[in-house]
Design a binder for this molecule. Structure first.
Ligand SMILES: C[S@@+](CC[C@H](N)C(=O)[O-])C[C@H]1O[C@@H](n2cnc3c(N)ncnc32)[C@H](O)[C@@H]1O
Length: 264
């Protein structure tokens, strides 16, 4: 199964195998509305047409550069050295002085070497060896091939859903968690409510993954809701980390899809 080249807060690395089994095969367009590191898109079989979207400009710039300038990206990252000083220099350079390729390199570097991949603080530890700084650049080529039939969009979720909705579209929506996530682009209760109201009226199919919260259950009560127990929350100390529940919400019976796939 192909890996994402990035780590990302809320990334569906652990859950993706289970999620992929619940995606029906009857769509021609697969749209990942809140792309992030896009673990599900990279892990699943290719659909005829695919869409990666995120509101974060740096993320989108990274995937665009990876798709259209993979060799330049590889040339830069192959030579990188892991160092707190370089990390801080990268962090402090204003983006307006960099080309798009340089911005992508910086983004990748900060993502790889920061604590919890948040890009703001050099990652180190007393029980973890330093990163060896040897990038698997073959992954860049594989991801580039994977993106060949994929539109890369940088628009808000509501515009994306409106543009791509039709009977043969499958939307995977992994929005920031309700009342817990801290992304650069804030996501408020009104945004969650806008997402729910849009999803109630689409022609296509959808799957939403979100933290288990009584209000979330109420918003989506007319749909199919499954509970899952996943990983740990991001927190520096072991004490502060806790397991949390997540919901998988669909507008089709995902158990039925699972059974059909098992019986094939
Ligand atoms: C939980 S993360 C997605 C993680 C992803 N599924 C993965 O496997 O890495 C949510 C993403 O939503 C993006 N986001 C926040 N507000 C948005 C908006 N209004 N429209 C589209 N994306 C948005 C954030 O930038 C973040 O990358």
């Amino acid at each position: 199964m192909l890996r994402s080249p990035l780590s990302w807060m809320g990334g569906k690395y652990r859950l993706r195998k289970d999620l992929i089994k619940l995606i029906p095969n009857n769509h021609t367009c697969y749209a990942e509305v809140f792309g992030g590191a896009s673990w599900v898109l990279f892990g699943k079989e290719k659909s005829a047409v695919e869409v990666y979207n995120d509101i974060n400009r740096d993320l989108v710039n990274f995937f665009r550069i990876l798709k259209y300038h993979p060799d330049e990206l590889k040339n830069w990252i192959e030579k990188d050295v892991v160092s707190r000083e370089i990390f801080n220099e990268y962090k402090d350079i204003p983006g307006k002085y960099l080309t798009d390729i340089q911005r992508a390199v910086r983004f990748y570097y900060l993502n790889k070497y920061s604590f919890a991949s948040k890009g703001d603080c050099f990652g180190y530890g007393t029980s973890k060896r330093p990163h060896q700084g040897i990038f698997d650049t073959s992954l860049i080529d594989k991801v580039r091939d994977r993106l060949s039939n994929c539109y890369i969009e940088n628009i808000s979720f509501d515009i994306l859903i409106d543009k791509y909705d039709n009977e043969r579209t499958f939307f995977y929506c992994d929005p920031p968690y309700y009342e817990t996530a801290q992304y650069k682009d804030k996501f408020y209760k009104e945004d969650h409510l806008k997402l729910v109201s849009l999803l109630k009226n689409i022609k296509g199919q959808f799957m939403v993954t979100i933290n288990d919260h009584p209000e979330v259950r109420e918003w989506y009560k007319e749909f199919y809701i499954k509970e899952v127990d996943v990983g740990y929350s991001v927190c520096r100390t072991k004490k502060g980390r806790r397991r949390f529940g997540e919901l998988i919400i669909t507008n089709y019976d995902s158990e039925d899809i699972l059974q059909k796939k098992v019986n094939v």
